[in-house]
Design a protein around this ligand. Structure first.
Ligand SMILES: N[C@@H](CCC(=O)N[C@@H](CS)C(=O)NCC(=O)O)C(=O)O
Length: 271
């Protein structure tokens, strides 16, 4: 372990403190990170690259990859086949949902939102955590609404059987209550909380995409034009393309897949 007292280190400690104050980052169970905040020093474990268990099409995993990618945090990516979860994943996470981020053996982050926020705590070049302070609770509430009510309706819409059209449509109507709420915000500004994207846009984007893809032709006829524009814009960017690269399921004997490659990150940050 290395105790660093550089500017970078204190900036990192400040950011953790900020996240805690904002109520966005749940305090880690891990004493080392708590010590880090209290002492104001950053204790860096010499881990070159955390391990990310991911599934390309999972919206939660997309959310995590968006954060890691924008932050330029390179991970050892392990694509998971959900029907054949690797023993290594089950060992670190009893819950075994993806994404899971393993920060050496000292800490495992099991929730996609925590991974997104952890990544931004390392580096937030696009200012996704910036907020005017007034909006913090509202921002968190919108993500919570996405993860709870909206995702529940979305699953009932997406996975309704062919013989349950009425149920599917009822769930779709319920989803749209949330979508109209997003659209109303997006009529006022380009992004959900202002003229620049925030972590909220990135946390919600993969789920709106999932909704749209259930019946894309129908989705495009709907009267939430600002939302459709927002979705199209974010999906067309390099960042989103970069998180959707395909990888075969990880096998224990495989060499590490470093993702995003440091080269890719440099190229995107320079553009
Ligand atoms: N609350 C979790 C939910 C993650 C989640 O449910 N992921 C799905 C894939 S999209 C999963 O792993 N499901 C377990 C399974 O299918 O076995 C998070 O935010 O990370």
């Amino acid at each position: 372990m290395l105790v660093a007292e550089s500017d970078h280190a204190s900036a990192l400690a400040c950011r953790y403190q900020l996240l805690l104050t904002m109520g966005l980052y749940k305090p880690c169970k891990n004493a080392m990170l708590k010590g880090l905040i209290q002492a104001g020093n950053v204790i860096l474990t010499m881990v070159e690259h955390p391990i990310l268990y991911s599934f390309r099409r999972c919206p939660y995993a997309m959310r995590a990859r968006l954060g890691l990618s924008v932050a330029g945090v390179t991970v050892r990516l392990r694509e998971v086949a959900l029907k054949h979860k690797p023993a290594a994943l089950l060992q670190v996470s009893a819950k075994a949902t993806v994404p899971v981020l393993v920060l050496a053996d000292v800490e495992v982050i099991h929730e996609s939102l925590d991974i997104l926020l952890w990544a931004l705590a390392q580096n937030d070049p696009a200012g996704w955590l910036s907020t005017d302070g007034q909006q913090v609770a509202l921002m968190a509430a919108l993500v919570a609404e996405n993860d709870q009510a909206f995702k529940g309706h979305l699953d009932r819409y997406k996975y309704a059987g062919r013989d349950a059209i009425e149920e599917a449509h009822a769930a779709r109507d319920q989803c749209e209550v949330f979508l109209f709420q997003l659209d109303e915000r997006l009529r006022r500004a380009a992004y959900l909380f202002g003229e620049r994207p925030s972590y909220v846009d990135m946390a919600i984007l993969p789920f709106v995409r999932q909704f749209a893809h259930v019946d894309l032709a129908w989705f495009r006829t709907r009267p939430y034009n600002a939302l459709i524009l927002w979705l199209d814009g974010l999906l067309a960017g390099d960042l989103f393309a970069g998180i959707m690269t395909k990888y075969p399921p990880w096998q224990p004997q495989d060499p590490d897949t470093l993702w995003p490659s440091p080269l890719e990150t440099d190229r995107r940050q320079a553009s």
